[in-house]
Ligand binder design. Structure first.
Ligand SMILES: NC(=O)c1ccc[n+]([C@@H]2O[C@H](COP(=O)([O-])OP(=O)(O)OC[C@H]3O[C@@H](n4cnc5c(N)ncnc54)[C@H](O)[C@@H]3O)[C@@H](O)[C@H]2O)c1
Length: 214
């Protein structure tokens, strides 16, 4: 089944995720605040230097399964699942800078306010266990006026790709971790990952986030 996906952040993680899902037959919209990255994808060129990314982005554009935009509202409106892949760099204090994650959560929540159908929000950015519950969900609920579980689902799907073999790692991961607040919330992610090899661990959001930070 072909799913409609929006991916926030066309950096290393987001662009590999976008190109690989598009090559699996899904319809993918990459969203970035940097117009240069959007333009690169739109013109069929990879925004990162990584093996196989050039051919996958070009193929995605040729098949019209991959495109990119700065229009976050339309990207959420026209997709069923949104992946959050923005950066979370370390601050001088040692804490993670959550400003981009918070910004995107506010954008997705704002777009969800106008959306009638159920939506799945999947975090891939590195955040500490508990941040989804204490930071991301309150922003999404406040901006959307909706409730997690009832109106949208929140999941965590950490990324274990290595630079240099990221595309191969995406398609042949040793394992995949899928976390959701409620077990039934994992259905769309199961569908997405069913053609990807390796063992799949299904768990709660906080446990999935813990697996990303060790
Ligand atoms: N690179 C890796 O190998 C790797 C490995 C594991 C985990 N991670 C985690 O994945 C996350 C992303 O890492 P990365 O290396 O891809 O980051 P990156 O800095 O390369 O890319 C982040 C992208 O997000 C974009 N962005 C910022 N604000 C935005 C917004 N409001 N809307 C849309 N786009 C926005 C930036 O312009 C940039 O293109 C981080 O949390 C990182 O810790 C990365």
């Amino acid at each position: 089944m072909s799913l409609s996906i929006s991916i926030f952040g066309l950096g290393y993680v987001g662009s590999v995720t976008a190109a690989c899902f598009a090559s699996m037959g899904h319809r993918v919209t990459g969203v970035d605040v940097n117009p240069a990255k959007v333009e690169l994808v739109e013109s069929g060129r990879s925004p990162i230097i990584e093996a196989r990314m050039g051919e996958l982005v070009a193929e995605g554009r040729q098949t019209c399964r991959l495109h990119a935009t700065t229009d976050w509202n339309a990207a959420v409106r026209d997709s069923e699942i949104s992946f959050v892949c923005v950066g979370t760099p370390s601050l001088r204090s040692g804490k993670l800078d959550l400003s981009h994650v918070k910004h995107v959560a506010r954008e997705i929540g704002t777009a969800l306010r106008e959306k009638r159908s159920h939506h799945v929000v999947v975090l891939r950015s590195t955040i500490l266990p508990g941040t989804t519950e204490s930071v991301v969900i309150p922003i999404l609920e406040s901006a959307s006026g909706r409730r997690t579980g009832a109106d949208f689902t929140i999941c965590y799907n950490p990324e274990f790709m290595r630079e240099g073999s990221a595309v191969a790692d995406f398609f042949q991961p040793p394992y995949t971790v899928l976390g959701a607040q409620e077990p039934h919330g994992l259905a769309p992610l199961r569908e997405l990952y069913k053609e990807v090899g390796g063992v799949v661990f299904e768990t709660r959001v906080a446990v999935a986030a813990l697996s990303a930070s060790i």
